[in-house]
Design a protein around this ligand. Structure first.
Ligand code: MG
Length: 281
């Protein structure tokens, strides 16, 4: 198979206006900036562009992300973030408003969905099982066997649309990893043989929602991330240009074998600063 062309970042990036960035391993590691990240983000804004962090990590609400990054010295507001749980809420509002939706998720996720005007059931009962038309799974660190049993009962009963926020299997914590949304869905699949449609990266929905919400054409968008099979795949699925950095999961040698070939690569986000400063945006 002929491999798609990719290149080291250069001046052909000058026409990008909307920068969609992964967070962990791309602009920061824990509470530390990766070198050059604040400079490039400020430069984008100073030149009339926009940047939005797109993250599958839904353990924090958007308000918490705003507080964290302001605390790290970046003048962000809510418009600088799209999380998988927020995009899921927007998607459900567009497609399933008025329907009864069973949600396997945290109290905070349920609250977020209700604030969007969605009709949420937190239990599956004899009384409501015939009326629930949609099942949604989020990363749930309040998971109980009762919730798992409820969703298995629902998915076994018949035609129910089935979605989940993100396909990540493990979520990094201070001592290592805990099961993330994708692992919860695998457990359910072991029992009932059904997999959900995942809304977070690599689904193109995060890119299309950002483009629509803020009015950018796809050729003006660059997706930047450190994971080929989520970040870069997300950009490829949406049909926009992509840039991989090697400060997180992907290593340079992965480019030789991956099926998710980025448009551009560079070592760190800081190198993008030099390119944009020299060529403008
Ligand atoms: Mg990452």
């Amino acid at each position: 198979m002929e491999r798609k062309e990719m290149k080291y970042i250069d001046g052909s990036l000058r026409n990008k206006k909307l920068f969609l960035l992964d967070i962990d391993g791309t602009v920061s590691l824990d509470a530390e900036w990766i070198e050059g990240a604040p400079e490039v983000l400020n430069l984008i804004e100073e030149n009339g562009g926009k940047y939005i962090f797109i993250t599958n990590n839904s353990t924090k609400g958007i308000g918490d992300y705003v507080d964290k990054y302001r605390g790290m010295g970046l003048p962000v507001d809510r418009s600088n973030f799209l999380t998988a749980s927020y995009v899921t809420a927007c998607f459900l509002k567009e497609k399933h408003v008025g329907e009864l939706i069973y949600v396997l998720g945290t109290k905070s996720f349920v609250k977020e969905l209700r604030e969007f005007g969605l009709h949420v059931a937190e239990e599956v009962t004899e009384e409501n099982i015939g009326r629930i038309t949609v099942a949604v799974v989020g990363f749930d660190n309040e998971l109980t066997y009762g919730k798992v049993t409820d969703i298995c009962r629902l998915l076994s009963a018949g035609e129910v649309k089935y979605y989940a926020t993100n396909m990540d299997l493990a979520c990094p914590v201070t001592f290592g990893f805990v099961p993330d949304c994708g692992a919860i869905c695998r457990m359910i699949a072991c029992a009932v043989g059904r997999e959900p449609e995942y809304i977070g990266k690599p689904n193109k929905m995060m890119v299309t929602m950002a483009a629509e919400k803020y009015g950018y054409a796809f050729e003006d968008i660059l997706v930047i991330g450190d994971r080929l099979y989520t970040d870069i795949a997300c950009g490829i699925n949406a049909g926009v240009d992509t840039l991989v950095v090697f400060t997180g999961e992907a290593k340079r040698e992965d480019l030789e074998t991956t099926e998710f070939v980025p448009s551009y690569y560079c070592e760190t986000i800081g190198e993008l600063y030099e390119i944009l400063r020299e060529n403008g945006i």
